[in-house]
Design a protein around this ligand. Structure first.
Ligand SMILES: [Zn+2]
Length: 320
């Protein structure tokens, strides 16, 4: 009888390693580009990995929960190493049959090696940047807008119309608001919007909640994370789903505990109300949702559990 034990497994591994019959191949040493396709009615959608940041959890990452409690939850969910959290970044591409629409753009090429992989993931999915007709930005945080630009400051999607949530643009591009910012996170956000977006003033199209940004893709007001944060309802034929963008960051924290407030929420109480309203809706409708910061491929359904929620991830399928 096979003994299933750590010792037996290690002995087996040692035997394999010693086997002269096994050919060796060089280690890749890096992650593969990430994309994942799925269908919604007649639309074809592709999740695109921009990368994921693993970092020591800042003291106030969950602003209203003691650090040790948040880290215990991270450990219970095997999010990353001791004391760490991991945040992935994954834009979504929607091919409506007549338009190729990218929602959010990742961190761009100037931040560092673990992010900025959207161009590689797009290339792996067989898409060239100049094929993209429309880029829709959900809100003006760096991990969503910086990929609009190439390393030399040019347009990453040269032929695309760029659509911005009007209320977020007004907030983040206001010199008056920038002058009032007094915490380091917001100061950095205002500096970044100026750096990335100033030369696009007058060249972008504004949208407001309720607007169908592209036929079949409608903006929804999910303010709180930022003043003009928008999510999207996507519908084709009888099928529909929601692109939640940053209604929550790490789902094991903020979807499972909607009363936990992430440091990046601009108005934490409004963000919590938005989370509850949004997840009540998708739980009731049993809707498919996709989360920009969810573990890849970022798709799932939501179940209501008491006053909280549970994410049920959708696994890989080889059928569209
Ligand atoms: Zn984000």
């Amino acid at each position: 009888m096979t003994q299933l034990s750590r010792r037996a497994l290690l002995t087996g591994a040692a035997a394999l390693a010693a086997s002269p019959a096994l050919a060796s191949a060089p280690l890749a040493g890096k992650q593969a580009p990430g994309y994942y396709r799925y269908k919604l009615g007649d639309f074809e959608l592709t999740q695109l990995a921009d990368g994921a940041a693993t970092f020591a959890m800042p003291d106030n990452f969950v602003a209203n929960v003691p650090k040790d409690k948040a880290l215990a939850e991270a450990a219970r969910n095997f999010i990353a190493g001791p004391g760490q959290i991991r945040v992935p970044f994954s834009p979504v591409l929607i091919n409506t049959g007549s338009k190729l629409v990218l929602i959010d753009t990742g961190y761009g090429p100037n931040i560092g090696p673990v992010v900025g992989h959207l161009p590689a993931s797009l290339a792996a999915a067989g898409i060239t940047p100049d094929q993209i007709d429309t880029v829709v930005i959900s809100h003006l945080h760096p991990d969503h807008i910086n990929g609009l630009k190439t390393k030399d400051g040019g347009l990453a999607f040269p032929k695309a119309e760029i659509m911005m949530p009007e209320n977020d643009w007004k907030f983040w591009m206001s010199d008056e608001n920038a002058a009032k910012a007094n915490d380091p996170v917001n100061k950095a956000y205002f500096a970044n919007t100026r750096k990335v977006l100033s030369d696009l003033t007058g060249k972008v199209t504004m949208y407001t909640p309720g607007k169908e940004v592209v036929s079949g893709i409608t903006a929804i007001d999910t303010a709180g994370h930022t003043p003009g944060h928008c999510s999207f309802a996507v519908a084709s034929g009888k099928s529909s789903m929601f692109v939640q963008c940053d209604v929550t960051n790490i789902p094991a924290f903020f979807l499972s505990h909607p009363d936990w407030h992430v440091i990046y929420d601009h108005d934490a109480n409004q963000a919590e109300r938005t989370r509850r309203k949004f997840y009540d809706m998708v739980a009731k409708e049993k809707s498919l949702i996709v989360g920009y910061h969810f573990p890849f491929p970022c798709l799932g359904h939501v179940e209501k559990v008491g006053k909280n929620y549970r994410l049920i991830p959708v696994g890989w399928s080889d059928m569209l």
